[in-house]
Ligand binder design. Structure first.
Ligand code: CA
Ligand code: CA
Length: 472
């Protein structure tokens, strides 16, 4: 698509959304496509539609909107077909000079190919869109386990790029473990679904490099690096969400530590100071004036290590050990970030970007979120096993002990699970390891090898968790 025809396509698509839909319908569209309507910038429908189209255009997901509209609004078919005809051959936009007869023929052939390509994309999007809707219905009727099997059948690991219509903000399978993540000699088990609806990803047994080398110039507590054997296990695809935690609380009556204490800490902006907020807890992360309405698919925060442990027990899983967490994040090639060696960027993680007025924020990048993002918002930042948000969004509790001093760990590297650091009944004055960095972290703190620590009774607006379970 040339720039001018692409621009017209975007304009007309926005117009359809603005003029032919109401707010509730646009909200539903956003929800189904995994976009948080409330955090889209702009007050009126037009602003929201503009932001939505721009957001999905950046991710090559415009066919998702078209597929959704064809599925839910067949009366828009003519308008959508007209939109499709606006695609023009690359480099042959109406503003560009045309050549002679040979060029005309070439353009005609190119247009034909382009139209076919575009139609194919829309057909694929329709099929996957129908599947997404069916998924929601079938999930309600027959449960997530069957869905997991169906999704694996319909989305086998493939190198073909298909427009994604799955809702990446809910723990619906978006990445199946690939052959590159598993030993070639053994098939990778199908991802499975936990009782909380979480997708569990398989991490095969084997060694991986844990920690950093001296040449990496990173904190001492990450060194020395070593090859560490880890048994097979399953890791949650995303951080545990508010909706999942609400389910847990409804079933168990669990009261979090912050609710008992009547207060919790949050980050004051722009001073970057941690301050106590009376009445802050997981349902009111920044105090009584805040709530989690519309944040159902954001990670739960303001939960202590003990709250996280209780959730994992209810879900039939455990907190990952520090070694399991790091292996799930970096795979077996000692990569710096979950996605590889490439630097942090707006489409790979939620971190301290230009939306956050704190020291060290990256003013070059716009990841679209000032605080937490819906889980799974950055499929481009997936780890080798498909785990999402292993860098940023919220930092995550692990089961492992750090020690009694904030500055230096009592349990040093090389990691040894038999030296007492995995004793779950350790005293409360022993700090626990947290991993992955948060929405207020700069790039250094979202590296896969970066370690941080917190007292187990503490809770913050940037700390959540995911679970793991032993395998196979
Ligand atoms: Ca951010
Ligand atoms: Ca995280």
């Amino acid at each position: 698509m040339s720039e001018s025809s692409g621009s017209r396509f975007l304009t007309d698509l926005r117009q359809i959304l603005t003029e032919r839909m109401d707010v509730e319908e646009l909200r539903t569209l956003c929800f189904d496509l995994g976009v948080d309507y409330d955090t889209l910038r702009g007050e009126a429908m037009e602003g929201k539609a503009r932001e939505l189209v721009a957001y999905l255009a950046h991710r090559d997901r415009l066919p998702d909107i078209v597929a959704w509209c064809l599925q839910h609004r067949p009366d828009l078919e003519d308008q959508l077909n007209a939109l499709d005809k606006q695609f023009t051959p690359p480099g042959r936009g109406p503003d560009e000079p045309s050549g002679g007869a040979a060029d005309s023929e070439e353009i005609a052939m190119s247009e034909e190919k382009n139209a076919a390509k575009s139609n194919t994309a829309i057909k694929v999007a329709i099929i996957t869109g129908v599947f997404a809707v069916c998924t929601a219905v079938i999930t309600a009727v027959i449960g997530p386990a069957v869905i997991s099997v169906l999704q694996t059948w319909l989305n086998p690991p493939t190198s073909i790029r298909v427009p994604s219509t799955v809702n990446t903000s809910t723990p619906i399978l978006t990445h199946t473990p690939t052959a590159t993540a598993a030993p070639a000699t053994s098939p990778t088990p199908t991802p499975r679904t936990g009782k909380d609806g979480m997708i569990l990803l398989y991490v095969p047994a084997g060694k991986f490099v844990m920690g950093s080398t001296d040449a990496d110039n990173t904190p001492d507590n990450e060194r020395p690096d070593r090859e560490i054997p880890v048994d097979a296990f399953w890791i949650d695809q995303t951080e545990v969400t508010n909706a999942m935690f609400r389910h847990f609380v409804a079933e168990t009556g669990h009261k979090t530590e912050a609710e008992d204490k009547g207060r919790a800490e949050y980050l004051e902006i722009p001073t970057s100071k941690w301050v106590w907020a009376e009445g802050a807890n997981w349902q009111h992360p920044r105090g009584p004036g805040s709530d989690i309405q519309g944040l159902e698919r954001h990670p739960v925060v303001q939960v202590s290590w003990y709250d996280a442990l209780a959730y994992c027990k209810w879900a039939g899983r455990q907190l990952p050990t520090e070694a399991e967490w790091e292996k799930a994040a970096r795979g077996t090639d000692a990569r710096k970030y979950p996605w590889g060696p490439e630097p942090v960027a707006w489409n790979r993680l939620n971190y301290a970007d230009l939306n956050l007025e704190v020291k060290g924020a990256d003013k070059k990048e716009d990841d679209r979120y000032q605080f937490t993002a819906p889980v799974g918002s950055y499929p481009e930042g997936a780890s080798p096993y498909g785990a999402l948000d292993m860098a940023g969004n919220v930092s995550e509790w692990t089961s492992s002990l750090w020690g009694k001093s904030q500055d230096q760990p009592d349990y040093r590297y090389p990691y040894n699970p038999k030296d007492g650091r995995e004793k779950l009944d350790a005293a409360a004055d022993v700090w626990r390891v947290v991993r992955g960095g948060t929405w207020y972290s700069a790039e250094d703190a979202v590296r896969t090898a970066f370690r941080s620590r917190l007292p187990p009774h503490s809770q913050f607006v940037g700390v959540g968790f995911r679970c793991a379970t032993s395998g196979p």
